[in-house]
Write a protein that binds this ligand. Structure first.
Ligand code: X8Z
Ligand code: ZN
Length: 614
């Protein structure tokens, strides 16, 4: 299946989205004689139409497994996963027959996409791979921390799920509680570490059977460029934005020291990871109250407004839907409302990590999210609907092109829309009474930076870690060691408790346990500013980027829709050029957006350093 949170490697994702069964995979049996362009076209047409039908079963099996975590649903998901893997591999092998043939661009592209996949020829290994994958997804979804009796974070409960632990990280300001919630969650992952290590071996075997060096190389091959060139591009982009991150990190250290004292926050070196308001220290908006500029007295708090109004999960989703329809897009289909999961059920285990599902990619599209009335979830719901509208817009493309231009594009759409959630917009939709004085927009910019700038080194380094794991450079005994080396080097954060025996801190992150590539979020973080800038221009807006909202602007909406409708039918640089005039993913739009904040942060840091000396 192709949930966007659970994107598989590209072609595999398509095949998983489509499902497959063994008998039908036999369409890929080798025809006799010399291959021709006409035969290739027939092969693609047959493969696409068969795979389209097959996908729905697989997607449903996985939907059920994530919505009702039990041994049985896990086994059913694994069974379909196995069939899909087989079909994907068969189609990929069959596609090789047309190598070197002169073909129309579309057909050549489809054949290329089909081959970006794993292939495990041994049925036993296929079953093990699919079983491990389903088990890891379930293990993450049902993990809970059961604190010792009478523990201050227990709050009368025996065991705490991730959502409850995240709430403590977001709201508590007591280092001991924060540390316990952090360490409690991170103590769950070792139970599935061995399974993950086995899974890595099988995945690599599958990548190698298709001719890739390892699974990391397969992932890096999905960007219309050589895998090494992609790695170099990621590093170039990181270097471009690093000075802004450094300024934010320095400022944050001063403020955290003021809040927690020098015994908790060191003057130099990495900062303990439990103090950033987020389980993975990946976004820091929850500690805005500790970091806010001295002059921010307005104190607008969207979470408070949503909570006070008891905004329901459905209402939150409708706010987001109205944004997309204001751009000229359709209303969500009735089945979306009937079949989506919008709130955490009380009576069963589900994978709460938000995701969007193109079950049949047409009428049946859904999200699964445990929505709470918070500012964070207000953004996430716009993110999820970004995926949904991408599915709906590219539904007329051939099956193999029903993907984002690249996976970073898919992740960027909803975030682009959410950049338009400005104070002006909130006032317009009645969620804010008085817009703050636009002259004082440092508070708004700082809030934004706490998610958009803070996440950059996290989003980069998750896959830096995994590339080395898949390449065999990092062995299971060193999982934690290299994970924390990267956390310290790129993010400037450290483990807030002694390392665990056989620890697996990386596995405490959903995308590692569920094997979802993460570089996409790094790309999306940059792309969304490129999209935002070009859509604001299209709307005729000329002011500062952070005050621009494209809400209600159909001209900008058309431009966005045109890109969404292309799916992955063209190499992504062409699609980027069409929407933004740029051919490269680049940090300059993000830097332009935050330029006033960078100046402000550097001045604050200068003053704070002088105060400390004085
Ligand atoms: O996983 C997600 C989305 C679903 S694709 C909620 N995100 C990343 C994360 O939570 O780690 C969005 C931003 C980063
Ligand atoms: Zn997403």
């Amino acid at each position: 299946m192709q949930t966007t949170t659970s994107y598989r490697p590209l072609a595999l994702a398509v095949l998983l989205a489509l499902g497959a069964n063994v008998a039908q995979a036999q369409v890929t049996a080798k025809p006799a004689g010399k291959p021709t362009a006409a035969e290739a076209k027939r092969f693609l047409a047959q493969t696409e139409s068969k795979l389209e039908k097959l996908g729905i079963d697989g997607a449903r099996a996985e939907w059920v497994a994530s919505n009702f975590i039990t041994d049985d649903t896990e086994a059913i998901a694994a069974y379909f996963g196995e069939l899909q893997l087989d079909a994907g591999g068969q189609a990929a092998l069959a596609a090789r027959r047309y190598k070197g043939l002169k073909l129309p661009d579309d057909d050549a592209r489809k054949l290329k996409l089909l081959q970006l996949t794993l292939m495990l020829s041994d049925p036993k290994e296929r079953a093990e791979y699919a079983g491990a994958r389903a088990a890891l997804n379930g293990a993450y979804g049902k993990a809970k921390y059961c604190p010792p009796q009478g523990s201050p974070i227990a709050d009368g409960k025996d065991c705490l799920a991730l959502g409850e632990l995240e709430k403590i990280l977001a709201n508590s300001r007591e280092p001991a509680k924060l540390q316990q919630a952090w360490a409690g969650w991170h103590s769950q992952a070792p139970s599935y570490k061995d399974r993950y290590a086995d899974f890595v071996k099988l995945s690599n075997k599958g990548a190698r059977e298709m001719g890739f060096a390892d699974t990391g190389a397969l992932w890096r091959s999905q960007y219309d460029m050589a895998p090494d060139a992609f790695a170099a591009e990621m590093e170039r982009l990181w270097q471009q934005v690093k000075p802004l991150y450094d300024s934010l990190h320095t400022y944050t250290r001063y403020k955290l020291r003021a809040a927690y004292g020098p015994e908790v926050v060191p003057a130099t070196g990495p900062i303990p990871a439990h103090l950033f308001g987020n389980m993975w220290s990946q976004t820091w908006d929850n500690i805005y109250p500790l970091l806010k500029p001295a002059g921010d007295t307005a104190g607008f708090d969207l979470t408070k407004v949503l909570e006070e109004r008891k905004t329901s999960a459905r209402e939150m989703t409708e706010y987001a839907e109205r944004f997309y329809t204001s751009l000229g897009m359709q209303k969500l289909p009735a089945s979306f409302w009937e079949r989506s999961l919008l709130t955490k059920p009380r009576d069963r285990e589900v994978v709460c990590h938000a995701s969007a599902w193109p079950i049949d990619g047409k009428d049946d599209v859904r999200i699964k999210m445990c929505i709470t009335p918070t500012a964070e979830d207000f953004t996430v719901i716009h993110h999820e609907l970004g995926h949904i509208y991408y599915f709906l817009e590219y539904q007329k493309q051939p099956v193999l092109f029903r993907q984002g231009a690249n996976d970073g594009f898919h992740e960027a759409i909803g975030d682009t829309v959410a950049l338009s959630i400005t104070p002006g917009y909130l006032k317009q939709v009645g969620l804010m009474k008085e817009e703050p004085d636009p002259k004082g927009d440092i508070p708004e910019l700082l809030k934004r930076a706490l998610s958009k700038v803070a996440i950059l080194p996290f989003a980069y380094s998750v896959d830096r870690w995994r590339w080395d794991v898949y390449a065999g450079k990092t062995q299971p005994a060193d999982y934690d060691k290299t994970w924390w080396q990267l956390r310290e080097q790129y993010m400037g954060v450290s483990r807030p408790a002694p390392a665990l025996q056989n620890g697996f801190d990386a596995g405490a992150k959903y995308h590692v346990a569920a094997d979802v590539p993460y570089a996409r979020y790094f790309l999306a973080d940059l792309l969304q500013f490129q999209f935002h800038r070009s859509l604001c221009r299209e709307a005729g807006y000329t002011g500062p980027l952070h005050q621009c909202s494209i809400y209600g602007n159909q001209k900008a909406g058309k431009k966005l829709q045109a890109m969404l409708q292309m799916g992955t039918s063209k190499p992504w640089p062409e699609e980027l050029k069409a929407i933004s005039g740029e051919e490269r993913i680049d940090g300059n739009a993000l830097l332009e957006y935050f330029a006033p904040l960078k100046t402000w942060l550097d001045e604050q840091n200068r003053q704070l350093a002088a105060q400390q000396k004085g």
